[in-house]
Structures are given as C-alpha cells and as structure tokens.
Design a binder for this molecule. Structure first.
Ligand code: SF4
Length: 635
C-alpha cells in the first residue's frame, strides 16, 4: 500500500487521444516524494530532454504530492513541470487554489500530457476517468470567460446553483499565441496563477485550452463527499495538525488581512523594490501611492483561501476605477512592484487593472512588468519609435502599460517582440539593449534586489528555473527569520557574502522538499518546522524517514534538476546576473551601497554543493545521492 498517494498517474497523448494509467513505484515516491521532484524524475527517466519546448513530443507534467488531498494545512497545491520556452531549460511552477486538492480526491496523483491535438481541446478528469473534448468554442476567450463556460458545461450549472464543483486550469489568449511567458490560471476571477517560465505557451502549442476536474454532486447526495486518500495513521495526523492550526491562525492575522501586498511599502523603504527597470531602488512617493495596504482597504471584498489553508492570504478584489470595473485577485507584492514601480507607475488603479488584464489574458505579471519596463527604457533611448509601437511608451504612462499588455497577449506590432521575453527581445533589438535586459538564464528577475540582500544574487544565479526568489527564499533569513532545525540559527548580515552559500544551499534543498510534498512555503513562517513537516509525512506514508534522509531528498531533487540543465549545456557561465543588479544604483547612499562578489559566492556555493568548478555535479556527488543512473546525461 502506497499511503499518501492515489497511485495513479494519467498519461495523455494528445496526438492520438490515447490515455494510459500508470502506478508510482514506491522507491520513486520515497526518493522524490511528488510535485516538482516526481515530475523531474519522470521527465528525465521517460522523455527526451533535448526535445524543444514546443515540439509535440515534449511533455508538460502536472503533479500533486503526498500532502495534497490530506488535512495538512496549506497543502491544496500542485506543480507543473516542462521545458521552458522562455529560458530553454527546466521550467516549473507551483500553485494553490483548489485544483490539486480536487484532482487528488479524484484518485489522480498527476497528469502527463504529450503530443499535440489537431484541434483545440480540453480535458475532463473525474474519478480517475479522462475525457478529451472539443474546445473550439473556447479558443480566443480569456481565462475568466473560459472558466465561466466550463463551469456551465462541466459543472451543469443551474440557475445560480452549481451542480458539480469544478476546478479548471485554463490558458488565455497569451498561451494560445505562444507568448513565451504565458501563464496558466485556475478558476477564473477567483483564480491563482501558475505564473513563471511560460507553461501557458506549452499548453497552447498542444492546442490544449484547459484541464477540468470536478467533485460530483451525486457523491454528496450519497453522503460520499470525498474519495479518501489512504493515510497510515489518520488519527495521529489529525491530532498533530490540531495542535498547530490555532497558532497558525492567530499568528497569520496580519498576513490574512493584507496578503503579500502588505509588504510593498516597507520593501520600498529598505531598497528591495526595483524602480524604473532596476535603475533605482528607492521611490518613496511611489511606495506611498502604491501602498498595498491602501489597495486592500479600497478594493478587497473578501479573503481567498487555497484548499486546506488556515491562513487565507489571498484577497478578492472588486471595485470601480478610472479604468473600468476591476475584478479578480488583489495584486500580489510582485505584481505591484513589476507592473507598478518598475514601470514608474504610481497609479494604484492602473496597477490593479494591469494585474487583472494579465490574469485574463494569461500572462505572468513579473515577466510582463519586466518586459514593459525594458520597452520603456528602449523607447527612451530611441531604439524604436512610435511608428513601430503605434504608441508612445513613456515611463509612468499607465495607458501605455495597459495597451502593451494587450499587444503582448495578441502579439500585435511591438507586442510581438516583447512576447519573446527580455532576453530574446534584446537579442533581436540589438544596440546595447542587452545591458538593460534584466533576467537570469532568460527568466526575468522578480521584485527583490540582490544589492539589498546578497543571498538573492546567489539564489537567482543558481536557481534551476532561472532568476527566481522562491527556489531559495533565503532573503527572509537576512531580515529577521531563522530555521534552527536546518542549522540556520543566525540572521546573517544582508550585505556580506559570508555564510551565504551554505544558507542558500540549505534553503534550496528545503524548498525543493516543500515543492514536492506540496505545502505552501508561507507556512514556514508559522508553526510548521521542518521536523513537524517530517512528522506529518511519516504519519501519512509510514516511511519512518529520519531527518537526514528527509533533507537528502531535497538535495537529490535539486541536483536532478541541475542535471537536466547541464545536459542542455548549462555551466558556470550561465550562473550569472545582469550587470545592472551587480553594480551601484543611481540612488546609492550608505544604506544601499552594495556590490556583490558573485564569483566568490559561486566558488563557495559549488564547494558546498560538491560540484566541480564549472558548476557541474560530480560523479561522486551523484552516487552519494543515488542519482548514478542520471550521470550519463552530463558525461
Ligand atoms: S498561505 Fe496564501 S498562498 Fe499559501 S496556501 Fe494559504 S492562501 Fe494559498
């Protein structure tokens, strides 16, 4: 008995319509857990890494983890893994909402989609069964509209009453048009985003508009509202969870009220927010006018809770504005920063509208804000004129931002260039535009400045999906946070390089574990220590892993994704950052003046990792991690 799993992976070949169910081998579950770890294993073991992102043979893999579908707090999550059309390397993302939870309760651990349909289709998964349906009537519609239609079609909605509860992953026009940073959105206006690396375009390349899963109302009538996941010690698990949930609820009250938007003003004050395409890091007026707390006070109509989450950090927005009605999630901190401050926009309503448009079209807000700021700087420098763009693209012009979002989603005029992401756009634009294309390995940087928290430089440079703050989440440990159980019991100097390699490695490994068990990373700030999480895992699975074995899984997963990238030719030269984020800012003063010694950080990092000086995992390291079977990829 594989406790914690439905033991059912569904493989769908969209070229042939063939559907196959496969079991998960127990040793694979123990070594990679689920989520992103399991997806990495399946990809390397079963598919051709060299197959290009839009090649029909290339898979896109959706996975839940052993926590999904259980009562573990904040476990209603799932992963997507793919080869990124934006970066060309390993791509992954993680999301909350309800899809993963409902999928697992439908007796499915994961969906592996490959091939490509001749016509637009969507997939329905219900109680382990799969239907592939014509989606021609959905093609061209945005994510909100698509979800509403699916809700009626699949949920059999009656007048004001849903018969079956559905959850859907949907692409918008951006995914259909192969925008390289297209997202997948869940559940329409109440949705969450699988945001980074362009998985929406991979779905679009397969003519796959949506995947729907549902809980049938008939099960409720029968009193069988849940298909239970087998759990080894269900009573002990509930007892353990009950001990911590009240404390989590109490400690998270401020986060529940303001969400990540609540940190914007403070982050601006400490120089963490990029301003004007990372030229600056201090714009106090902008910090005031875009203050996320004000946004919440004005627009928030309620909280959004991902499945099984006692925190509920999501905000449901509904408000009138000069840009028309705004409806959908309150923008997250990253979206406010990238669509607002980074484009020098200080109009709160414009940022909320831009956020809604990105969600509707299915665009990653971080990459969209970054590529628009890149366009504004290129325009300022005279690299293209208003004839090419058909609009003027001045810093701080909210209407230009809203127009550009649409032009990117539909690849119109200058939007066609920007839809490629900043790296390819700068290569095509030429001149010295590479100097201000802010990305790492092709992934536009998120809104945290490495000059303010030096561990970010290392986390971005070595992130398996490119420039990402979530794969290490180390900068919180340069502010006020510690995790003593991981040996991270001191808040390190935020400017110094000392101790950062060890800290980043430990955090990357630990984040890989959370991404594979499927539990929200925000839970680390509350009563859910690594040992508590291991306790839950053992109570669910009966594996009886000790703490070192548990941590080794994270290291194994991190190395496996590195193998994926190294096999595509990635080495130390790619573990780099744009010079703009490694040099002084225009507004440097004593507080902000910091230059990162990336070479030193990388030398320390490779040593801690046990990789060679080029950043390639050694044979000995792979043997130690039981990854020898994958050594052939980097020989
Ligand atoms: S803390 Fe927020 S993002 Fe995380 S699971 Fe809960 S509601 Fe979702």
């Amino acid at each position: 008995m594989l406790y914690g799993y439905a033991n059912n992976l569904i493989y769908i070949n969209l070229s042939t319509g063939n559907v196959e169910k496969r079991k998960i081998k127990e040793h694979v579950a123990i070594q990679y857990f689920g989520g992103a770890g399991l997806a990495a294993y399946l990809y390397l073991a079963e598919f051709d890494i060299n197959s290009e992102p839009f090649n029909p043979k290339t898979p896109i893999i959706f996975t839940t983890g052993p926590f999904t579908g259980t009562k573990v707090p904040s476990s209603g999550r799932h992963s997507v893994a793919f080869r990124s059309p934006l970066t060309g390397i390993w791509g992954e993302a993680d999301v909350g909402g309800t899809f993963g939870d409902i999928l697992k309760r439908n007796k499915v651990d994961g969906i592996v989609v490959y091939g490509s349909s001749k016509i637009p289709v969507y997939i329905i998964i219900s109680e382990g069964n799969v239907q592939i349906k014509n989606a021609s009537h959905l093609w061209g519609k945005d994510t909100y509209e698509t979800y509403e239609i699916l809700n009626k079609e699949v949920g059999n909605i009656e007048v004001g009453k849903v018969e079956n509860k559905i959850s859907a992953m949907v692409i918008g026009q951006a995914g259909e048009n192969l925008v390289r940073f297209a997202s997948i959105m869940t559940d329409g206006k109440h949705g969450r985003a699988l945001g980074r690396c362009g998985m929406g375009a991979v779905m679009g390349s397969k003519n796959l508009k949506a995947i729907v899963t549902l809980i049938k109302k008939s099960r409720k009538k029968d009193g069988k509202t849940e298909i239970k996941i087998p759990i080894a010690y269900p009573n002990k698990l509930i007892e353990s969870i009950r001990k911590v949930v009240p404390d989590i609820v109490k400690a998270s009250s401020r986060f529940r009220k303001y969400g990540t938007a609540g940190s914007f003003k403070r982050n601006m004050e400490i120089g963490d927010v990029p301003v004007k395409n990372w030229i600056s890091g201090r714009w106090l007026e902008g910090g005031e006018s875009l203050n996320g707390k004000n946004m919440v006070e004005i627009a928030k109509k309620g909280n959004f809770y991902c499945a099984k989450c006692p925190i509920g950090c999501g905000g449901v927005a509904e408000t009138e504005s000069p840009y028309g009605k705004i409806i959908g999630p309150i923008p997250e901190y990253e979206s406010i920063s990238m669509l607002g401050a980074n484009c020098y926009i200080d109009d709160m309503f414009a940022v909320m509208k831009a956020n809604e448009m990105c969600n509707r079209f299915g665009l990653d807000t971080i990459s969209t804000g970054s590529v628009i700021a890149f366009a504004m700087e290129a325009y300022e420098k005279g690299y293209f004129n208003n004839l090419e763009s058909n609009i003027e693209i001045e810093w701080g012009d909210a209407n230009a931002v809203l127009k550009l979002i649409k032009m990117i989603a539909f690849r119109e005029k200058i939007g066609d260039l920007l839809a490629e992401g900043v790296r390819i756009a700068s290569e095509k634009l030429g001149n010295n535009s590479k100097e201000f294309a802010i990305h790492c390995k092709g992934l536009e940087l998120p809104a945290h400045d490495p000059r303010t928290f030096s561990s970010l430089a290392l986390g971005y440079a070595t992130g398996n999906r490119g420039g990402c703050h979530l794969q290490a989440l180390s900068h919180v440990m340069e502010r006020s946070f510690t995790i003593p159980e991981l040996g991270l019991d001191n808040v390190l100097d935020k400017y110094s390089t000392e101790g950062k390699a060890e800290m980043v490695v430990k955090m990357q490994n630990y984040m890989a574990i959370l991404d594979s068990l499927k539990i929200c990373k925000f839970l680390i700030f509350y009563e859910a220590s690594p040992k508590k999480i291991l306790e839950w895992l053992n109570l669910i699975t009966d594996w009886n892993l000790d703490f070192n074995e548990f941590l080794k899984v994270g290291e194994r997963i991190y190395n496996l994704k590195r193998i994926f990238n190294c096999s595509l030719g990635m080495t130390r030269k790619d573990d780099n950052l744009p010079s703009r984020v490694l040099t002084y800012r225009k507004d440097d003063d004593d507080m902000f003046g910091n230059i990162i010694d990336l070479d030193k950080l990388l030398n320390d990092y490779y040593e801690v990792r046990g990789w060679d000086e080029n950043g390639v995992p050694t044979k000995e390291k792979l043997e130690e991690l039981d990854l020898s079977e994958f050594y052939k990829f980097i020989l």
